[in-house]
Design a protein. Structure first.
Length: 113
């Protein structure tokens, strides 16, 4: 297997990991429905398969991230520069956008699409 093939497989695995965490967070959102401005704990949606850290988001923050299937909410510092861009960050969470090449999996696996 070539280096390019390995790199492509790695990037696809990262995208699948992020999609899985997003799906779990959608279930958390369903269960905790009726929130207003209170914080809800979600899983970090980074591409690191072994990450189980939590992030706290308000309803509007979570809905902003879910408004675009290429956006993911992660623990600050968990961004992976070769597959995503850091758009915003604060002390509780960061928002990243998948690069176009790696973003093909995100819309196909978006539970809201």
């Amino acid at each position: 297997m070539s280096t390019d093939d390995r790199d492509q497989r790695r990037k696809h695995q990262i995208a699948r990991n992020e999609a899985l965490f997003r799906e779990v967070n959608e279930r958390v959102d369903e269960v905790s429905g009726g929130r207003s401005t209170e914080m809800t704990e979600f899983l970090c949606e980074c591409g690191h398969a072994d990450c189980t850290q939590a992030i706290a988001l308000r309803d509007a923050e979570y809905e902003h991230v879910r408004s675009d299937p290429l956006l993911f909410a992660i623990v600050p510092g968990h961004e992976i520069a070769d597959v995503e861009d850091l758009l915003d960050s604060n002390e509780r969470f960061s928002i990243v956008r998948k690069h176009a090449d790696e973003g093909v999996i995100a819309p196909r696996t978006d539970p809201r699409s």
